[in-house]
Design a protein around this ligand. Sequence first.
Ligand code: NAD
Length: 336
Amino acid sequence: MKLLVTGGAGFIGSNFVRYFMGRHESAVVTLDALTYAGNLANLEPVLKNHRHTFVKGDICDPAAVDAAMAGADAVIHFAAESHVDRSIENAGVFLQTNVLGTGVLLEAARRHNIKKFVHVSTDEVYGSIAEGYSGESSHLHPNSPYAASKASSDLLALSYHATFGLPVVVTRCSNNFGPYQFPEKLIPLFITNALEDKPLPIYGDGLYVRDWIYVDDHCAAVEKVLFAGREGEVYNIGGTKDRTNLSITDLILQKLGKPQSLKKNVQDRLGHDRRYAIDSAKIESELGWRPAFTFDEAMEKTIGWYLENREWWGAIKSGEYRAYYEKHYARRLAES
Ligand SMILES: NC(=O)c1ccc[n+]([C@@H]2O[C@H](COP(=O)([O-])OP(=O)(O)OC[C@H]3O[C@@H](n4cnc5c(N)ncnc54)[C@H](O)[C@@H]3O)[C@@H](O)[C@H]2O)c1
């Protein structure tokens, strides 16, 4: 089997490429534009493997996509702009990559007779729910430009199954964490800030609830969907570990032996969804997938990885990202 993985130099994509190549003899082509979030260092362990090919290219570019997809049997589509805060500041690139880029890939998949197209979507497409859990047929109510762009691409992918019979499967996963996550996302931002004795900027009252999943569990679920997911179906992938941001902050400080005084409540994110929670019964009963890691085990592994890989995140935090961080949080922290 030859697999095309888009966005494979990002957080989840690179974890998936390493995970998958460690378990299968397949050839893997990674197509990634290497935006601020893409990093070849994430693929270090497989870059010299003869079964792996890295292609720097944009999913919005039909010629680049055609060349990368040549001879592929299946596509796992991770490439996206993925940070909600950035989508609030500049939605344009989210529409471009997440919606139009997905359209380019789907058209190419038709031409190349792709046997399985796994579109990696998110639980954010369901929007906030006060209680209970969103199932695959729940109403979609995306609230941020990021979530709306993902809902659009998710529905576009499903339309290619309904209209053209393209073998599309959509996954909607909850919040991931683990090694190689770009330190703008909550868990790596807070771990690395705590390690540097910098403030941990908590949006609003910190009582926002998310379901958290260890990235390896997400990778295992995508693998199941690739081999056994039914075409035209949607599968929720959740860690059933609903937690508030505040409880995660406390856990990080406690595990690193850092003081509570590092916590700083800052001005809230616009349109911040209060609670996401999904029901993963379908993938559990149909495909036999279940998360293998408890939240505590996964946090131990994640914190351990950031402790051992200061060079990786230190380089990111001292580069272009620093200017973004300072612009985004400086005023909020100053006002707190
Ligand atoms: N992180 C989460 O908690 C989470 C949860 C559910 C679903 N998802 C989805 O999983 C996927 C991966 O998320 P992530 O957290 O790894 O994101 P990420 O931002 O870490 O990585 C995205 C990757 O896509 C690449 N990319 C961006 N624009 C591109 C373009 N135009 N052409 C080619 N490559 C491009 C980037 O260079 C980067 O390597 C996304 O589709 C995201 O919506 C993420």
